[in-house]
Design a protein around this ligand. Structure first.
Ligand SMILES: [Ca+2]
Ligand SMILES: [Ca+2]
Length: 127
């Protein structure tokens, strides 16, 4: 009896661990703009295709917007949402965070990239 209670407790602990971890594993690049991600939109006003990432992207040429016919992210990003509430994201003109720094979007901020439309080729989260 005692063994089965312990086993149940261990099982419950295991289950609660899984439940706790799951939200932090919100899928990146799944077309849903989840907490902790930067979401890059094809058009201004957060319209058109979107691609969501929870880390740096060194070369937008390797990615398309999610859920739409293949359109390269490169030189096509027009607005974005930074749902990482603890760190800014920076957009760069060329791959590998090179070229001009196009913009900085603060933690939890949104930006309609009027001045930098269709120029970004990489991004990085940086303090
Ligand atoms: Ca997502
Ligand atoms: Ca665009």
């Amino acid at each position: 009896m005692r063994k089965s209670i312990i086993a149940a407790a261990v099982l419950a602990a295991g289950v609660s661990t899984v439940v706790t971890v799951a939200p932090a594993q919100a899928a990146t690049y799944d077309g849903r703009c989840d907490s902790g991600e930067v979401c890059v939109y094809e058009n201004r006003g957060f319209q058109g295709g979107m691609a969501d990432f929870d880390g740096d992207v060194n070369d937008y040429r390797s990615f398309s917007f999610v859920g739409v016919p293949w359109v390269s992210l490169n030189d096509n990003a027009s607005s974005l949402i930074n749902k990482a509430n603890w760190i800014p994201v920076y957009l760069f003109e060329h791959a590998n965070q090179s070229g001009r720094l196009l913009t900085r979007v603060g933690p939890g901020d949104v930006q309609d990239q009027m001045a930098y439309d269709n120029q970004a080729s990489s991004h990085a989260f940086r303090i």
